[in-house]
Write a protein that binds this ligand. Sequence first.
Ligand code: ADP
Ligand code: MG
Length: 726
Amino acid sequence: MGRRKVPLEAALRKVDFSTARQASPVGSAEERPRLPAALFRELREQARLENRTYLMEHECKELLEGMGIATTGHLVAGSEDEAAEMAHRVGYPVVLKIVSPDVVHKSDSGGVRLNLHHSEEVRKAYREIVGGYRFQHVVGVAVQPMAVPGIEAIVGVTRDPNFGPVLMFGLGGIFVEVLKDVTFRVLPITDRDAEEMIREIKGYPLLKGHRGKSADLAALKSLLLRISALVVAFPEIRELDLNPVFLYEQGHTVVDARIFIGETTDAETAAPPAANLKKFFYPKSIAVLGASGSEGKLGYNVLWNLLNHGFKGRIYPINPKSAEIQGVKAYPAIAAVPDAVDVAIVIVPAEAAPAAIEECCAKGVRFIVVETAGFAETGEAGKRVQARLKEVIETHGCRILGPNCSGVLNTHHSMVQSIGLIGELGKGNLGLVAQAGVYAAGIITGLRNVMDFGIVATIGNKMDISETDILEFLGDDKHIDVIAMYMEDVTSGRRFVDVARSVTRKKPIIALKSGRTEAGKKAVSSHTASLAGNDEINSAAFRQSGIIRARDNEHLFGLMKAFAKQPLPQGDGILVVTYTGSLGVAATDTLYLNGLRLADLEPELKTRLQRIIPDYVTTLNPVDYSFSMEPGQLKQTIEIGLESADVSGFIAVIQGEILGSFVDVLKKIDTRGKPLVACVACKEFMMADVIRMERAGIPVYSTVEMAAEALAAMRRYRLYREEASK
Ligand code: ADP
Ligand code: MG
C-alpha cells in the first residue's frame, strides 16, 4: 500500500496554483473535455490492489486537473521537511490534510488544518496530524494553498435505481445542509440542462450577484458538463462529491473531492429497445391461449372483449378442451392454427406459461402478451418462471408484454385485450401507459364516460417491452395527441429520458409516478446520495424530458381531458365568466399563481359587454353575473371574448342545477382555437349533465382551481414546445 510516486517537481509543474487565488480561464462549454483515461485506470487499479472502493482526495484532484478542472492541487508530503518544502513552493497560507485510505471524512476526525502561515506552523500541524492518526494507515499529509473564499457550492453524482447516474448541484453550507437547496439531472446533461440546473436552485440570485459577490456562471456550466462527461466515460465511478467548490467572479476551484468506484450494474444494461411495434398495436390476427367459455374466467373476458369490440382481424381461441368457444372455432394448440398469428395472448396458469410461449415462438409469433399473474411479483418461485420466459424469448427473438398485465387496447383497431369486461368505447386521441392492468381496466370503465382513449397499454412486470418502448410508439402514432402514464418504476433509465424528450416536442406527456422512496434500500455513502431521495430524481428526470407531472390520480385525469379536448392557449390572458363572485376570485388567484392572468378587453369590446350584463355588475373580468347567468348570456360573453386579442382562453363557472341547459348552447360555439373549460361546483351530484357537457368536448371540473390549473399547464406546455423547437 502506498502513495503513487509523483515527483514534487512534476506535480508542481502540472498544477497551476494561481487558480486557487485568482481567476482561472475555464474553457468554453462546447469544447470537448479531455478525459484522462490512462490516469483513471491507474488510480482504479491502485484502489483495487488496496481493496479501496473510493479514491482519495489527492487522487480525485489529479484526475480533475487532468480534465482541466482547477483544484487546490494534489501534493502529498511524506515527511515534515517535505511538507515545509511544499508549503514554501505553493505559497502561504497553506492547508494540511490527512491522506489515509481509512479516513473518508477528514475534518470530522481533526484531519484538516487551515490557514497555516509559516513553516513552523506547517511542521507542527504535520506532527499533530500524523500523531492523531497513529492507529490508521497514513499515506502522508496533503499540502494545499489556502483557497481564497468564494461562494461555496457542491457538485455530486449518485446512482438512481431507475435512471442510473444523476448529477446534483447546489450551494454549500447551510443551503445544502439545512435547506436542501439542490437540483438533479439524469446524465449525460446537455448545455441547456446545465443552464437550467444553475438557474433552478433557490440560491440562484446569490450566484447571479448579491452584495458585490457573484459567480462565473459560464465556468460553472462548464464544470457541470465536464463532470457529466467524466462519469459517462467511466461507469466505474459510482458516486462523486466535490464538496466544497469555491465559486469566484472568474473561475472556481475544487477544494475537496471524493469518488466512489465499483462495478457497473443492471440499470445501465437495461433491455434493448423493442423493434417496430406496429404489428403489436395493429395486429391482423390474435390467438388467445387459455380462452374460455365459462363466464367469470379471465380467459372468457379477454375473448369476449375481442369479439364484442368488433376486432376486425382473425381471432383464434386456443383450448384443448373445446372445439368452439363463445361461438368461435377453437384450436387444440397454436400449432394447429392454419394461418400466421401476429399476437398471442397467454392466459394459462404461470407454471404452464413457458411451454405455451415456447409453442407460440415455434409457430413464429413475434409478440406475446402474458396476462397471467404469478410471476416475479409473487416471490422466488415466480421469479424463476419469469426468468425461464426470458430465456425462451431470447432464444427465439420474440417480444413479451407483461407478464401480469391487462394487454393492449386500441380503439382505432377495435381491439380490446383487457382482463376485465369493458363496455363500449369511443375512438379517441388519448394514449395511456399503465403499469398495473387492474388499474387501467378500472379507470377505463369509469373514464370512458368522459374521455375517449386511443391506445391503452398495460405493462405489468415489464420483463421485456417497457414503458419507454410504448412511449416511443405512441409518440409516432397518428391517432394519439396526448399521452398519460401511470408508473411505479422506470426500468429503461436514461433511454426513458431521451425518448420522452423527443416525444414531448410533438405531444404532451402527463405522468403520475408513485414516489415511493428507495432511499432506504441503497447504501448511502456520499453526501450526494443522501440528498437524492427517489422523488427528487423522478421530478428532475420528468423536468429534463418535458413531462408534465401529475400530483395524484385526480390531477392526472383533470389534465388528461383538458389536453385531449381543448387547444393550447396562445397567450396568458384568460376571461373568467361566473355566476358567483367568490369562485371568480378563487379562479383569479389560481390563474396568477400559475403564471396566467385576467385578460383585459379592448375598450370597444368592454362597451359591448356592458350592454349585455346587468347594471349591478361592475367588474368586466371576472364577468360576475351574480346568480343570474343564463346560457345565452354566457354565449354572448364568450363571443365577445373570442374577438379580443388579449383573451387566450375561458373559464366558465356554471350553476349545477341548470347545467343541462348550457350544453347545447356551448356545444355550438366555435371557440376558434381558444380553450374553454367549465367549473361546476359539486358536479358529482349532476353527473348526467356533466357527461353530456364532457361529450360536447368541454372539460368540467368541480373546482375553479383545477380549471385554472389545467389552462396553466396547457399554456406552459405550449411555451415549452415553442422553446424546445428553437
Ligand atoms: P472533509 O469534507 O473531508 O471534512 P474538506 O477537505 O472538505 O474535508 O475540508 C473541510 C473544510 O475546510 C472545507 O469545507 C473548506 O471549508 C475548508 N478547506 C479545506 N481545504 C481548503 C483549502 N485548500 N482552502 C480553503 N479552505 C479549505
Ligand atoms: Mg469536504
